[in-house]
Design a protein around this ligand. Structure first.
Ligand code: ADP
Ligand code: ADP
Length: 228
C-alpha cells in the first residue's frame, strides 16, 4: 500500500527566482527503501523537506497514509508521531548521555519515565550501542554518534525515516556499518526509508533509486540485485 504520495509538486523560491521542483509526482510504498540522487542543486534537499513536511510546496499536493496534508494539518503532531529524520550532522545534545539523547523526542509526550528509558534501551540495543549508554557524544566516534542519532529518530516509532546524506561525514567502513543498520531497519522493522545521497554505495543499498535533474525526476528505477 502507499505510505506517501506527492502529486504534481512544484516549489519556487521567490528570492533568486528559482524553481527547485518542477511538477514532481511519485508514491512511496509502505516498507520501500528509496534513494534520491542527482547533482548539486537538482532539488533533492527541497524534495526531502517537502516529504518531511518541513517545507510546503508552492503548488501540488501531498498525502500521508491516505490523508491529504493541507492547511488544516497539525504538522508538528504528524512529524513527531510519524516521521523520523536523520541528518548528516547529528545535533546530539552535548550534555546528555547517549541514552538520554535517544529519549529527547519522547520528552513532553507524556511517557512514564520507566517506559521511556525502556524504549531507549531497546533502541540503543538495536543500533548496537548498548555498551555506550552512559557516554556523552564527545566520548563517541562519529559513526557511534550517527548510530545514536538514528536510534533517536526511531524513538516515536515513525512509519517513515528520512535521511539526508546519512553517511556524508563517515569513513567508508563506518558508513558501511550505518548502511547495514538501515538494511536491518528495513528488513526487521519493515521501516520505510527515503534517503538523499551522493554515494553509489548508499544508492545500491536501496531498492529503488530516483534521480533528480533540474527539479524534475530524470529516472526512477528498481536497483538490480546481483545474483550471488
Ligand atoms: P540539492 O539538494 O539537490 O543540492 P536543493 O533542493 O538544495 O538541491 O536546491 C534546489 C535549487 O533551489 C537550487 O538551485 C538552490 O539554489 C535553490 N534553493 C534551495 N533553497 C533555497 C532557498 N531557501 N532560497 C532560494 N533558493 C533556494
Ligand atoms: P573511531 O576510530 O571509530 O573514530 P574513536 O577513536 O573516536 O573511534 O574511539 C574509539 C573508541 O573509544 C570508541 O568506542 C569510543 O566510544 C571510545 N572513546 C573515544 N573517546 C572517548 C572518551 N573521551 N571517553 C571514553 N571513551 C571514548
Amino acid at each position: 500500500s502507499v505510505l506517501l504520495s506527492i502529486s504534481d509538486v512544484t516549489k519556487d523560491y521567490p528570492d533568486g527566482n528559482v524553481r527547485a521542483l518542477d511538477h514532481v509526482s511519485f508514491d512511496v510504498g509502505v516498507g520501500e527503501y528509496v534513494a534520491i540522487m542527482g547533482p548539486s542543486g537538482s532539488g533533492k534537499s527541497t524534495l526531502l523537506s517537502i516529504l518531511g513536511t518541513l517545507d510546503r510546496p508552492s503548488s501540488g499536493s501531498l498525502t500521508f497514509e491516505g490523508q491529504s496534508i493541507d492547511a488544516g494539518t497539525d504538522l508538528d503532531e504528524l512529524r513527531s508521531r510519524a516521521i523520523g529524520f536523520v541528518f548528516q550532522s547529528f545535533y546530539l545534545l552535548p550534555t546528555l548521555t547517549a541514552l538520554e539523547n535517544i529519549q529527547v523526542p519522547m520528552f513532553g509526550r507524556g511517557w512514564p519515565v520507566a517506559e521511556r528509558v525502556e524504549k531507549a534501551r531497546e533502541l540503543i540495543e538495536a543500533v548496537g550501542m548498548a555498551d555506550r549508554a552512559k557516554h556523552l557524544p564527545k566520548q563517541l566516534s562519529v559513526g557511534q554518534r550517527q548510530r545514536i542519532a538514528i536510534a533517536r529518530s526511531l524513538a516515536n516509532d515513525p512509519r517513515l525515516l528520512l535521511a539526508d546524506e546519512p553517511t556524508g561525514n563517515l569513513d567508508t567502513v563506518t558508513a558501511a556499518g550505518i548502511l547495514e543498520l538501515f538494511e536491518q531497519l528495513h528488513s526487521d522493522r519493515k521501516m520505510t526509508l527515503v534517503t538523499v545521497t551522493h554515494s553509489e554505495e548508499v544508492a545500491m543499498a536501496a531498492q529503488r533509486v530516483i534521480c533528480m535533474r533540474d527539479g524534475q525526476i530524470e529516472s526512477d528505477q528498481l536497483v538490480a540485485r546481483s545474483q550471488s
